[in-house]
Design a protein around this ligand. Sequence first.
Ligand code: PMP
Length: 451
Amino acid sequence: MNSITPPPSNLFYQTRQRRPLLSEARGVYIWDVDGKRYLDGSSGAMVVNIGHGNERVLAAMREQMAKATFGYRLHFENEPAERLALLTAEKMPEGLNRVFFVSGGSEAVESAIKLARQWAVATGHGKRWKIISREPSYHGATLGALALTGYAPMTAPFAPMMRMMPKVPAPRAYLDRDNLSDEARGLKYAETLRDKIIEEGPESVLAFIMEPVGGASTGALVAPDSYYRRIAEICDEFGILLILDEVMTGAGRTGKFLAAEHWNLKPDIIALSKGFASGYVPLGAMVAHERVVEPVLAAGGFIHGYTYAGNPLACAAGLAVLQEIDHENLVRRAETTGAALKRELEGLMERFPVIGDVRGTGLLLAFELVADRQTMQPLPKEIEAHVHLVEEAYKRGLIIYSRRTRGGIEGDHFMICPPLIADETHIAEIVTTLEESLTALVSRFGLPSGR
Ligand code: PMP
């Protein structure tokens, strides 16, 4: 892969697999120390929405660094945190104007869990504690967020240490081979939430959490419109909170600032991270409706906090990132560039029978590989397509992100999510490299090649 073998390392991550040493990153490109260039076709892990090395953001960070990089929040307020909270609230649905800063997506979800529970206690609903989530889903690595995560390979070893939360099926309608209309299928999946609430006992259910457009766990899963409408009605009917995990979908990724805007959803709590700081610093936010926060503050305060919450340097970077999203009109660009890239991926699907589905919205896009498009039979596990296609692309200087979905039906999917600043030439480069990589995969494993 790379001629430079990285030196021995004391670090360890998921696997022993070594990767090239990062040298520089600018715009949509990353270079390793060997001088090889990679197009960041997945924005890292769907993080770097504004692109790498943005000079305006770096300047804002330098300016803040020269002033102060830390001030403990219980000793000092700080201007970057105040300004970022204000700008964030302006971008939220009405009433969601209370912002709590954290250092990443898991902390944002963890904070949402604890705020929801404290709201229940403060408002005399102390019996409510269950948060229903979907399977498959990913909500974070910490034990609270993991208990919401529907992805057995990640949760299984820790199950005895957690109180696993009830799950309903994610609406993977593209796998259904029935004759239902989209509308009916959306309702069918939404009703599984109502059934689950009744099965668990409505008086014990606190909230429902979902990624409005599925992330890595499902590969850019979008549900039929009727699903979202009905989910909101069901949450209202039982007085349970709607929490949206917009860690991946937020900050413009889907062609709206929040994915919630596509369906006019009015959640009670939203978790943000990833594109919110675009990788410049570890930062996330939990944004809550004032009707949730006020009773908690009135009852004595939110019993929760992190040392780095509201860090002035992190918030200065986050503020500059949001300003950049506005300045460069990146939400709109995600919508138009995403539509163009999706058409190209659909074009690849016409040429490669091994692509069974292309899905997503804005620049949160994915395709899934299958053995048979009619039955959506997955490729044999042993092929490890989710590993090999990524490697083929990597060799050719394109980074993409893949998963083999577990739980029920298996399948290899690939996230194609470049930074929102990507232009036509970058899209063309992604598609050409994908085409070459797919051709290599198909010939190596003797898969159906079409024309
Ligand atoms: N929620 C979602 C939807 C995510 O995609 C992720 C990260 N992949 C998280 C939560 C957790 O975020 P982090 O890794 O920053 O803790």
